[in-house]
Design a binder for this molecule. Structure first.
Ligand SMILES: *Cc1c(COP(=O)(O)O)cnc(C)c1O
Length: 353
């Protein structure tokens, strides 16, 4: 018997969530599958989302893998290229590159190819991460338009607060202002903007988190959005302990029993990607029933309270997040977001379809 932890990926949930995106917009959909499809497995995700118009990711090796697997859609490199050696690969595999900095245009100048590269020029509308300032866009645009290696140009930006009360009004106005001077396609919206601000849809939307069935908003649930969680992280109880009042649990003795109780030891720890920052009381399911995590998460194990679940024992199925337990709830208890939990899954956790 193998160690019982696994990440079950529901491909039909991914398909459902892509339909939700489709129903929400007339724009083309660039499905964001960076970080190994938000931890769900690049090629599984690509297959489930095969009805998408494009895929966006970071790693050029993943982009090549997608092309070699036969995908014909637009494949966008979200940070573009990092060195000149990638340019021939981008041309050969017909990949689309974000251009976010002047040094990338300089690098293009040294590329000997002709008219083969599609680029997305990134505008910094206030996030101050990647992109040209609105004042720099005209020059960059001019350089790319005249460039012998460049074929098609799209303008893009990324919002810092589409999921927050602040919203997108300022950056959206700024972007539209910049884009008005150029007759090219536009892309702005992540999941939050796609779901909340139709005015941001433009020609291409770029949903990520919603495709995996998690809500980008703290105040709106996955269900309310019609989304289905695609990932269930589960394992089993491999031992139990009877505690007496005063007994302590785990490294640092972060939990102390106030009365006699029974606990279960679960084969899942931070080396699987479960957050070590999860506190006493983080929700967890044992045989479908809600209980709480106790003590400090170890590298390979964690503790659950079985006091109210006398029928649960060694072998009982434990759901860390997913089916019956929204990942957002676990993320909140661990002081993080669903994005980080999904991506933190480690390679030793087998993915099962
Ligand atoms: C990650 C990313 C997205 C997707 O964001 P979600 O919040 O997951 O929908 C869109 N655009 C860019 C540039 C990104 O880096």
């Amino acid at each position: 018997m193998a160690r019982p932890i696994q990440a079950h990926i529901d491909l039909s949930a991914l398909e459902n969530n892509l339909h939700v995106a489709r129903r929400t917009t007339f724009a083309r959909i660039m499905s964001v599958i960076k970080a190994d499809g938000y931890g769900h497995g690049l090629l599984h995700v690509a297959e489930a989302l095969a009805a998408t118009d494009g895929y966006a990711l970071l790693d050029i090796r993943d982009a090549v893998r997608l092309r070699e697997a036969g995908y014909r859609q637009t494949i966008l490199l979200l940070e573009g290229f990092f060195g000149a050696a990638e340019l021939p690969v981008i041309a050969e595999y017909d990949l689309t590159s974000v251009i976010h900095s002047a040094w990338q245009i300089d690098m293009l100048d040294a590329y000997p190819g002709n008219g083969k590269l599609d680029v997305w020029l990134k505008v910094n509308t206030g996030m101050n991460r990647l992109g040209f300032t609105p004042e720099q866009v005209s020059l960059a645009m001019e350089q790319l338009r005249r460039h012998r290696a460049v074929r098609d140009i799209t303008l893009m930006t990324h919002f810092a607060n589409a999921d927050e009360a602040r919203g997108v009004a300022g950056p959206l106005a700024l972007f539209n202002d910049v884009a008005a001077a150029h007759r090219v396609a536009r892309s702005m919206a992540n999941s939050a903007a796609l779901l909340r601000y139709p005015a941001t849809h433009g020609d291409w939307v770029r949903p990520g988190i919603m495709l995996y069935g998690a809500s980008p908003f703290v105040d709106v649930s996955t269900q309310q959005l019609g989304l289905k969680p695609a990932m269930t992280l589960s394992s089993r109880i491999i031992a139990t302990q009877e505690l007496r009042a005063g007994d302590e649990v785990g490294y640092g003795a972060l939990f102390r029993a106030e009365h006699n109780m029974r606990i279960g030891i679960v084969a899942c720890g931070y080396a699987d990607g479960y957050p070590r920052s999860a506190q006493n009381g983080t929700p967890i399911l044992v045989d479908g029933q809600r209980t709480q995590m106790l003590g400090r998460v170890s590298m390979d194990m964690l503790y659950v309270d079985l006091s109210a679940l006398p029928q649960c024992d060694v072998g009982s199925r434990v759901v860390l997040w997913g089916e019956g337990l929204p990942i957002e709830e676990v993320a909140r208890a661990a002081g993080t977001v669903s994005y980080e939990l999904m991506c933190a899954l480690t390679p030793r956790v087998p993915i099962k379809l």
